[in-house]
Ligand binder design. Structure first.
Ligand SMILES: Cc1ncc(COP(=O)(O)O)c(C=O)c1O
Length: 632
């Protein structure tokens, strides 16, 4: 393709995108295909000879689009939004066109400098303390764009780990780093995103996953207890990850309480993950949700979720950039330049070396909409979520399961989890709406997120109509099924009763003549049924004395799997310890085999697998000691 053809194909592509956006409603929100559908449509090998552009574009519509989930569709209410807007698309297009790479200031000065400036712009708009801004007098902080929130959490943990190990090494110069590493403990809430767990796996540190309160908010007291408990066991708290706007129900950890706790422990890095909700803090009336940020060492939010900016664009700020970069710095000669001391080299701020010109699209968005335009967009989504909440509350068959502070509503039919699973799967299968479930306070709930950039009241009304229709149908079927079940049960019961009565009459007649106790009850002191009941209790395998023993939980938390390798499964007095190991996102039952003599490498035994029950850690610890499994 030469420049002239690019010019015309480019125009065609813009046309294609516009028509896609304008006609989205005519498509099913989710694809109606089976796994592997595309393999049947696409050749096994790349073409040897160049193909005509028209043929490629033809295949986009015929083969690719049928397998696309349309995240920008007005009927898409799943996950969180995938940011998108015309200024952002054009900014991304320009970045692709310029095609420069920004691992150092010298490798593309504008890339680095615009990124620092735009991050200061956004940081100010969000209301981050001055220490997080690069251009504030006396500040050691600054911002950077990462690929994802997962990466922000990972680099925070890496920095925290480096800081803690450095301090420990200073205190214990002759102790091996591996041993020091095995003492480090990170913390997060059960509601934290799974990326925290993944970061702990990569960093090879222990992660203690704590129980939030009934509003799904991690509290200072819970953290304090866990950290103190760990310190008495010789472990060293080094990292706390908190969430403002959790994925499952958009709850908020109590950052002020947590920050005050962290202050009591030397060298603990406090990270705040506001991947979705953080964007909303550009609205003055929502800044209260950020209170406690003054205690944080780092903060991230994803404009590629809720600020009209295309993926990837995860903005990340640190209070002290030296503490971050000293964990990640590598400096071969070929990457050095004459201004290293006076400029930012973003390769030291994250995992990859090469970096795209991502600040362009964010700059385009901030300038095209202005902060006021972005506030309007956020407020519109919140208003619509409130409207949806109101519609749900008016229908007494439903309940709301979260505090609707932003644009995520968690709701459910009053009834069983199974009923709600059925409702959601019926709706999703129809392709009329798309939503995903989550678990709030141990209940299966349906998440309704306002997602489409230009969402309107009519979209919410339509969604509610679809949900209500499916609920009507399901409840009707459910009642009919229940009635049928009941009818069958009553019929069976009557039949059984009839047979039993007949049999009883027959045997009574036969035995009456041979056993006087039968026809003279006063002879029978203890009825057979009472005797059976007592013996059943005594014979019960789980309770030899007939009583149920309830084990109180040590404390309400899980410990993520790297512990399996790091804790040796043996306590100081030589007895084996059965640690609960949690594979939150694998539906797998795992039991840590405590190592005995001659076996010092306990490993998760995944062979013992079954569906894990959805339980709180406290309640699951109270069950059988064999049930080491935790939640999905
Ligand atoms: C609170 C929170 N943190 C982290 C993530 C992970 O985001 P990413 O896909 O950018 O890694 C999500 C994703 O939805 C999230 O909601």
């Amino acid at each position: 393709m030469d420049c002239d053809e690019f010019r015309s194909r480019g125009k065609e592509m813009v046309e294609y995108i516009c028509s896609y956006m304008q006609n989205l409603e005519s498509r099913r929100v989710t694809p109606n295909i089976e796994p592997g559908y595309l393999r049947k449509l696409i050749p096994e090998q790349a073409p040897d000879a160049p193909e005509a552009w028209e043929h490629i574009m033809e295949d986009v519509e015929k083969k690719i689009m049928p397998g696309v989930t349309h995240w920008q569709h007005p009927r898409f209410h799943a996950y969180f939004p995938s940011g998108n807007s015309y200024p952002s698309i054009l900014g991304d297009m320009l970045a692709a066109g310029v095609g420069c790479i920004g691992f150092s200031w010298a490798s593309s000065p504008a890339l680095t400098e615009l990124e620092t400036i735009v991050l200061d712009w956004l940081g100010k708009a969000i209301g981050l303390p001055d220490q997080f801004l690069a251009f504030k007098e006396g500040s050691r902080g600054g911002g950077v764009i990462q690929t994802s929130a997962s990466e922000c959490v990972l680099v925070s943990m890496l920095a925290a780990r480096a800081q803690a190990l450095k301090r420990l090494k200073h205190q214990h110069p002759f102790v091996e780093e591996g041993l020091l590493l095995s003492k480090l403990m990170a913390y997060c809430s059960r509601e934290a995103h799974s990326c925290v767990e993944k970061a702990a796996m990569i960093c090879f540190v222990k992660l203690r996953i704590l129980e939030p309160d009934e509003k799904s908010s991690l509290r200072g007291k819970t953290l304090m207890m866990a950290m103190e408990e760990d310190e008495t066991m010789g472990l060293i708290p080094f990292f706390v990850s908190t969430t403002l706007g959790t994925t499952s129900c958009c709850s908020f950890d109590n950052l002020t309480e947590i920050g005050q706790v962290c202050n009591k422990f030397p060298c603990v890095w406090l990270h705040v993950d506001g991947a979705y909700a953080g964007n909303a803090f550009i609205c003055p009336e929502l800044k209260y949700l950020l209170s406690g940020i003054e205690y944080a060492d780092s903060f991230n939010t994803n404009p590629n979720k809720w600020l009209l900016t295309n993926f990837d664009c995860s903005t990340y700020w640190v209070r002290d950039r030296i503490r971050l970069t000293s964990a990640l710095v590598v400096d071969p000669l070929y990457l050095q330049h004459g201004y290293s001391d006076a400029t930012i080299d973003y390769r030291h701020w994250g995992v990859p070396l090469s970096r795209r010109f991502r600040s362009l699209k964010l700059w385009f968005v901030l300038r095209s909409y202005g902060i006021s335009g972005l506030q309007k967009y956020i407020r519109n989504h919140i208003r619509l979520a409130k409207k949806f909440e109101g519609l749900v509350l008016k229908d007494r068959r439903f309940e709301i399961c979260n505090e609707v502070k932003l644009a995520l509503v968690c709701f459910r039919l009053k009834g069983s989890d199974k009923l709600n699973e059925k409702l959601l799967s019926n709706i999703n299968a129809s392709g009329k709406l798309h939503m995903v479930p989550s678990n709030v306070n141990d209940k299966y709930v349906i998440r309704f997120c306002v997602v489409a950039a230009n969402a309107e009241e009519a979209d919410v009304d339509h969604a509610w109509e679809v949900i209500r229709d499916f609920a009507d149908e399901l409840l009707e079927v459910n009642i009919a099924e229940k009635e049928a079940e009941l009818h069958d049960e009553v019929f069976d019961l009557l039949e059984r009763k009839k047979k039993e009565t007949l049999a009883h009459k027959r045997s009574f007649f036969v035995r009456m003549v041979s056993d006087p106790k039968i026809y003279n009850p006063s002879i029978a002191k203890s009825t057979p049924s009472t005797r059976r009941h007592l013996t059943e209790q005594i014979d019960s395998p789980g309770s030899p004395d007939g009583n149920v023993t309830v084990q109180p939980p040590l404390s309400a938390s899980w410990i993520s799997w790297p512990l399996a390798f790091l804790f040796q499964g043996i306590t100081e007095d030589g007895t084996t310890s059965d640690l609960p190991i949690r594979f939150r996102h694998l539906d797998t039952k795992v039991r840590l085999k405590a190592s005995g003599k001659g076996n010092n490498s306990p490993s998760p035994d995944a062979s013992d697998s079954s569906r894990s029950p959805k339980r709180t850690p406290a309640s699951s610890r109270r069950t059988s000691p064999n049930n080491e499994t935790r939640q999905k």
